[in-house]
Design a protein around this ligand. Sequence first.
Ligand code: TYM
Length: 333
Amino acid sequence: MQGDKKILYSAVQPTNNLTIGNYIGAVKNFVALQDEYSCVYAIANMHAITVRQTPADLRKNTLSLLALYLACGVDPQKCVLYLQSHVPAHAELAWVLNTFTYVGEMERMTQFKDKSAKHADNINMGLMDYPVLMAADILLYQTDVVPVGVDQRQHLEITRDIAVRFNNVYSPTFTVPEGIYMKVGAKIGDLLEPSKKMSKSSENQNGVVYLSDDRDTIMRKFKRAVTDSEACVRYDPENKPGVSNLLSIYSVFTGTSMEDCQKQFEGRGYGDFKLAVGEAVADRLAPIQAEQARLLADKAYLDSVLKDGAARASAMAGRTLSKVYKKIGFYQL
Ligand code: TYM
């Protein structure tokens, strides 16, 4: 807790092109939660290098994600907004936590298995150690809650296990964090294969909507979205994954409850429905894209946000790291 507010932590990787899944599962919630919690948001560039990145692109995508956070409404006056590599305590704590984590646990991680299959030529130690770095991120800030999409659930569980393990060996050191998963939108599906997570690494890019897509591209992708043969707009993820996924997207992008969304489309055909979803997405993204472009032209401002964020994050993280170093017996001057 900081003051009377609980501490909330989350991060996004600055990889090329965020999808509307990232927006719905993460960034949008970051804005909604910033008054209720004491929020710390990171740009996880150290996680990003677990798959090969072009340096110039990584730099560009870092500023682009920062501008996106700001354009979506993350307020650096209210939150700590920073770049992971600016706070060395992340790598330092990750090393310590490595000694409280078992190789077998890391090998069992679903994301590690998926990414190893996708990047068979580069199964590096960082890819396997990724969840420990994520645990360090979260635990350094004495985090109470972590809003993420369901694809990160396993990483959050291992973070909790590591925290409890450490606390049991020494004395309570880390707050054990809880995940926050949204009821609607915790797993946005691919538009062409709705039972699969919408992900930038999908083979068929027509099923993936990017935050940078223009209106025509968005409309084209939604027009092609897979539905079913029932011709009834009803939320039923099990039997109607395509339509339910579109309803989730519509609900989040228009701020309408799922019940009202279903009423709105009663008796209307899928063609109409898909157009409406596409329009809702394009309408919401247009002002965000414009604001992001405006911010990207003001590098001095973006740098000042990162500088301030790094100082504030380092102060918080440093307190936890020095507690850890003391407990494990690192001689301190
Ligand atoms: P990343 O960058 O892959 O994704 C950022 C956030 O977006 C969510 N997300 C989705 N939500 C709903 N539907 C989808 N199709 C979808 N795709 C992505 C993810 O769940 C995530 O919340 N390891 C993290 C970054 C990270 C982190 C952390 C998160 C590093 N350290 C500490 C929380 C706390 C990641 O790769 O997210």
